[in-house]
Design a protein around this ligand. Sequence first.
Ligand code: BTN
Length: 255
Amino acid sequence: METQFSLEDSPSFRMIRLDEVDSTNSYLRRLDMQDDQRPTLVTAEFQSAGRGADTNRWESERAKNLLFSLRLMPGNLPVRRMFAVSEVAALAVRDALNAFAPGFCIKWPNDIYYEDSKVAGILIENDLQGAKIRCSTIGIGINVNQRRFLSDAPNPRSLADIVGHDIERRLVLEQFMECVLQYMKSLDEGKDDVLDALHEHYKEGLYRMGEEHKFIDEMGVFCAKIIDVEQSGHIILQDAKGIRRYEFKQLKYII
Ligand code: BTN
């Protein structure tokens, strides 16, 4: 695997390395942009208050994993296509990890799974300004070299555990940046046909797509098949009774 991306501050890209912070997402959202439109990447060795997508924590042993946030200003992306940011982030993490071991996939909406274990999580926070997205903060935690997980997070696993040896974290981050810069071109264009193609790509090989599995919603456990994800990000399931449509946090998988 060859990476060309260099993690250096440049005219087109801003890089901030932190030893410790509450949360790289919170840090970036506090950061005064002062008209600096460059994509900004913040990394940390440790987060004292790392945030998850539906919990208020993200477990990560100091200096073992990748903890970072990327701030983008997708000025051409219509708010109705906001889910494309999530698709870009998930595809880039999946592709980056697949360069180290094939078999990673996206679990709706944006967890990265290897078999039935979660290797990476993504927390996206969009700041809107009228009908435009002022900026998107994409927070990513990738379990790279941690071997033991202590929190009650369901089914965590690391890349090192999968490949059988430690991996230099910088290589994974460089691979991610290379992938994300490619996918970001679709966001920069913001055109419907380009975003439609991105969306189709996102749906290819989605975890448990088209298979009968157990899920849980506010009414309880049920058995259904994922049949689609809408451009809005809603997931569509089918069971014996008909079609079910959910937004994030309304549906949990039973794994
Ligand atoms: C999830 O729950 O699946 C999302 C986890 C996202 C964790 C990352 S770590 C870097 C960034 N900063 C945070 O506080 N959270 C995200």
